[in-house]
Design a protein around this ligand. Structure first.
Ligand SMILES: Cc1ncc(COP(=O)(O)O)c(C=O)c1O
Length: 385
């Protein structure tokens, strides 16, 4: 297993900041996701990768098939680059991309987009040329309701079999092709196992979804016939969610990269596969060094879990007063004494895909060698929001 010392050797002589992907860790993470999925196909969540070369790399491995994309312009670009079966799992209002999709026979076969309501059907009907046979997947609310409490994300208003069937009926009437369902269980997949209460929410949610998913699927299939895609889960729930025979596949992306938000799960621990190096540029005090930039705060509810973490050398921590900075980041700890100007500090991001929006490329490492340079979406001049 490679260490930060290997990363240092591989990148010796390069000017930081730069980011790396450790291909052995990435492949080991892919194998671990495959093991946890126990035969269920894994659709790769591109938002958590944002490097085309890495998407292609994992899709060449057994157990992985199809992309879960986050934007229609992204999906059209990926399909144009030869990727197949790209499902945009978040609703779109991008009219120019919809017009391109409707005019492209190949894309019409390879791309599906999420809808969650008859309101979406109406919007698509007004934005698409009449009768464009766009593939749609109905996003069904997979949160847990306990009395008035809503545990999970706020996405789809569609929850019951009856309502899902009504959306399917409207979509079909509008000429859309209903090809699937998605149930994203954020309260299982996206919550680290920090307490007995969290574990209880997860097992109650799982039990409730096991009852509801087949009923929703049956109601929708009664309207539109057999579905090609019944998607659920994420990195944190590949094993639990993937065991439900109602699903045809699970989604995962973060588990390939191993960001810090996935450090606290009971059943698995992805290896850190992506990190960046920042150079020491100042010494404000004996036990403090300042590194360049690195203030890459993750999306989501603001708080300590969203800031970058020092991976190596160990024993350095962010300052409470300054945190991770726009162009410089002070780090405190005895380990600062052993660092000289220009030495590297390695960081990990809280989320998997977001470092790719900061760097044009990842240096691809194998052991202590750079074996490739993989452009990120940003490096390919692509920004999808
Ligand atoms: C619809 C959907 N599926 C799956 C995932 C899981 O992605 P990951 O495996 O990167 O956590 C997410 C993440 O937010 C999501 O929005």
């Amino acid at each position: 297993m490679s260490t930060a010392a290997d990363w240092d050797r591989a990148t010796a002589g390069r000017d930081a900041p730069f980011a790396i992907v450790d291909l052995e860790a990435f492949d080991a993470n892919a194998a671990d996701l495959r093991r946890r999925a126990a035969g269920r196909m894994i659709r790769v969540a591109s938002k958590s990768v944002r490097v085309r070369g890495l998407l292609e790399r994992v899709l060449a491995q057994p157990g992985f098939s199809g992309v879960m994309s986050y934007s229609l312009p992204e999906a059209l670009w990926l399909v144009g680059e030869g990727l197949e079966d790209v499902f945009v799992a978040y609703p779109t209002s991008h009219r120019e991309a919809l017009a391109r999709l409707a005019a492209d026979e190949h894309a019409l076969e390879q791309v599906s987009i999420a809808i969650d309501s008859t309101e979406h059907v109406e919007a698509l009907t007004s934005w698409l040329p009449k009768g464009a046979p766009v593939r749609v997947v109905i996003d069904v609310d997979a949160s847990l309701r306990v009395g008035p409490a809503h545990l999970g994300v706020r996405r789809s208003p569609t929850r019951s079999p009856r309502r899902a069937a009504a959306v399917a009926r409207e979509a079909r009437r509008a000429g859309l092709r209903v090809v699937g369902l998605m149930f994203y269980d954020a309260q299982i997949a996206g919550l680290p196992d920090t307490s007995a209460a969290v574990r209880m929410v997860k097992s109650r949610s799982d039990a409730a979804l096991r009852r509801r998913r087949p009923r929703v699927r049956a109601a929708v299939e009664e309207v539109v016939g057999p579905l090609q895609i019944v998607n659920g889960g994420g990195t944190g729930s590949v094993d639990l969610t993937g065991a439900d025979p109602t699903l045809t596949e699970v989604a995962a992306g973060s588990g390939l990269i191993g960001p810090t938000l996935f450090d606290g799960y009971d059943g698995f621990s992805p290896r850190p596969a992506v990190a960046w190096a920042a150079p020491v540029v100042r010494r404000p005090a004996r036990d403090v060094v300042t590194v360049f930039s690195s203030g890459y705060i993750a999306s989501g509810p603001p708080g300590a879990s969203r800031v970058p973490s020092v991976h190596a050398p160990q024993g350095l921590r962010l300052s409470g007063a300054e945190g991770a900075g726009e162009v410089q980041t002070p780090l405190r700890g005895r380990a600062a004494r052993d660092l000289a100007m220009g030495d590297r500090v390695w960081f990990r991001h809280a989320k998997a895909g977001e470092p790719a929006e900061r760097f044009d490329a990842y240096l691809a490492l194998r052991g202590d060698e750079v074996v490739d340079v993989l452009p990120t979406y940003r490096g390919e001049g692509k920004n999808f929001g």
